[in-house]
Design a protein around this ligand. Structure first.
Ligand SMILES: C[S@@+](CC[C@H](N)C(=O)[O-])C[C@H]1O[C@@H](n2cnc3c(N)ncnc32)[C@H](O)[C@@H]1O
Length: 177
């Protein structure tokens, strides 16, 4: 996450004081560690499909002594529902994985969100490309289209109040009604 994006998210989390967060997309554990350090009472369940990144995150989380509060699950988030749900329900879900799959992650895991809970989705403006539609390759244009469709779907979703913050790479903050 970009610095302004992560600082904004951490501040929202300090206000919300979640007991349990589900993160989709650990990478090497940076945001999981930042959340764990900012929220000393919070348990974080984090999913990562890339084995090399997963193992790096294991190492960093261990070095930080946070393995008791950050539970890492290896695999494709779209196939980890049962295992992840066993650690729920969640106060917060943080979606920061494959951008073309955001709607699927949202639909899959939002059912394990507590009433009044919050879903934070990163990269929803994707380097400004979602706004100015100037992606210069077919692959990027298709990805931008998917993110745009997700944003519109999310904004129209009556189960959530959503605000899109043009901070970092664009963050959607959705609160379950
Ligand atoms: C932007 S990085 C996450 C960054 C991390 N949240 C942070 O801010 O430190 C996205 C990660 O999501 C992982 N990812 C993408 N699609 C995934 C999926 N379907 N299931 C699990 N992990 C996925 C990628 O391998 C990548 O490491």
């Amino acid at each position: 996450m970009e610095p302004a994006g992560i600082e904004t998210m951490l501040q929202l989390l300090r206000i919300q004081r979640p007991e349990a967060i589900l993160e989709v997309g650990t990478a090497i554990g940076y945001s999981a560690l930042r959340m764990a350090l900012a929220l000393p009472e919070t348990k974080i369940i984090t999913l990562e499909r890339d084995e090399e990144r997963f193992n790096l995150a294991v190492d960093y989380i261990k070095r930080a002594g946070m393995q008791g509060r950050i539970i890492q699950i290896s695999g494709d988030a779209l196939e980890l529902e049962e295992e992840a749900a066993g650690h729920g329900p969640f106060d917060t879900i943080f979606i920061d994985a494959a951008k073309g799959q955001y709607k699927r992650f949202f639909e899959l895991y939002s059912r394990y969100l507590k009433p009044g809970g919050m879903i934070i989705t990163d990269n929803i403006l994707f380097r400004g490309l979602v706004y100015n539609q100037e992606a210069d390759s077919r692959r990027l244009r298709s990805l931008v289209k998917k993110i745009d469709e997700f944003n519109r779907w999310l904004a129209a979703n009556q189960e959530y109040d959503t605000v899109i913050l043009p901070i970092g790479d664009g963050i959607a903050v959705s609160k379950k009604r």
